[in-house]
Design a protein around this ligand. Sequence first.
Ligand code: GDP
Length: 468
Amino acid sequence: MRPALALDGDPLFGLATPPGHSGVAVVRLSGKGIPDLLLPLLRKPDGSPVRGEDLPARVMRRVDLVDSKAGEVLDQVLVVHFPGPRSFTGEAQAEIHCHGAPVVVARLLELLVAAGMRPAQPGEFSRRAFLNGKMDLVQAEALMSLIGASTLRAARAATRHLRGDFSRQVGQIRDVLVVLLAHLEAHLDFSDEEIAPDTPERMLATVTQQQALLEKIHQSASLGRHLRQGFELALVGRPNVGKSSLFNCLAGEERAIVTPVAGTTRDVNEYSVVIAGVPVRLVDTAGLRQGGGVVERVGVERARERLRQADGVLFVAEAQKGVLPGDRDILATLDRDKFLFVWNKMDLLSAGRTIPDVQSAWPGSVVLTASCRTGAGIDQVRAAMVDLLGAIPTDGEGVVLMQARQVAAVGRAVTALQECGHIFVRGGDLELAAIPLREALAALGELVGEVTQEILLDKIFGEFCIGK
Ligand code: GDP
């Protein structure tokens, strides 16, 4: 059980802002002896010492930071004190806002060590917050997702977890299941409490209901994965049709090597663009071409592998040349449900000529025309990509599972409830139904971090940045 009241750990500090030159750098401190340990380093602007009462709770004070060794003022800083338990970690905490000069920051950190504090490990602040009951594991993971979010939509999903939306839903489901377990035990006559046992039919209804709620949460895992990792679209086509050029047009930045020599895009290049709030990785693969040198063959193999994994494919061909045998070979390997046919180099199509009909040969394919040279049609390609990735639901979704650990725990709870339901349906022994029900409760307890092992905490918090 986690303590209700914060117990201050040894004093530590961490740079909360990224290293490098900046207007302001923030150093966080937490633990026993904060802010007293800090006071000898501080002076008031008039040179008089700073005492504990000069740093009232949650009020920022402008003071001088003194380099005791040099006996000189190192920087003018702002200091704020957050007494426990009303702090992020639940411990006594303080923050020093100094100027973001790497040499000043480095010296400040040295002075803190000399004053008896130690540098924090990655995620140590969050770990203490968890251990002091300031947040559960789902919220701690949400914090990590929020910091790592690459799109606003992913950030919003993480914030919903951080605010406790997910933990509350899980809590409600657990409450219902705990009552159910009590009823079951009443049937078995194990109960300490005097409750009138529910009928098996009503208990089954409860199991089914809660299972459906958890299944809905579990299904959000695919969106969660896409919010975190993005969708992947592969660009394929014969060499020199303009894949790299299209990739650059869509990405809006020069990334792939564009050259007139056939077969030069040997490796796999990636670039992320944001479409409908979801990151989309464009993967520019080596020309899918038989033969070529060894290096190129490796590229082709990689291209095929990425194709298998991709959520969609942009097939590129040259408008002025029409469908060549090489195009047919590639098209034959594509999954028809998820590809866009892009006729590139429309600027080279002679006036009066039309693009060949491919709809009849590849019915259902979405056909687009574009020119990477003039930029014509690029917006339509982007719009078609959104349609192709139709799996992106509209924004405003509820809870979204973001972490593999959470997906696994919810999955275990769903399986356990299924099993529990089956026992009721078969009219089996109620004693047996209590076993999977307890398993479901254990999985949900693990999800929010009620039952945790040190090794799991090391893994989770070790992925954090220092100073968080
Ligand atoms: P990749 O091998 O399929 O990646 O093709 P690249 O993107 O390297 O392009 C091959 C050549 O075609 C380069 O010289 C590009 O400048 C040229 N190219 C690409 N798109 C267009 C286009 O829309 N119009 C014209 N005229 N040339 C293009």
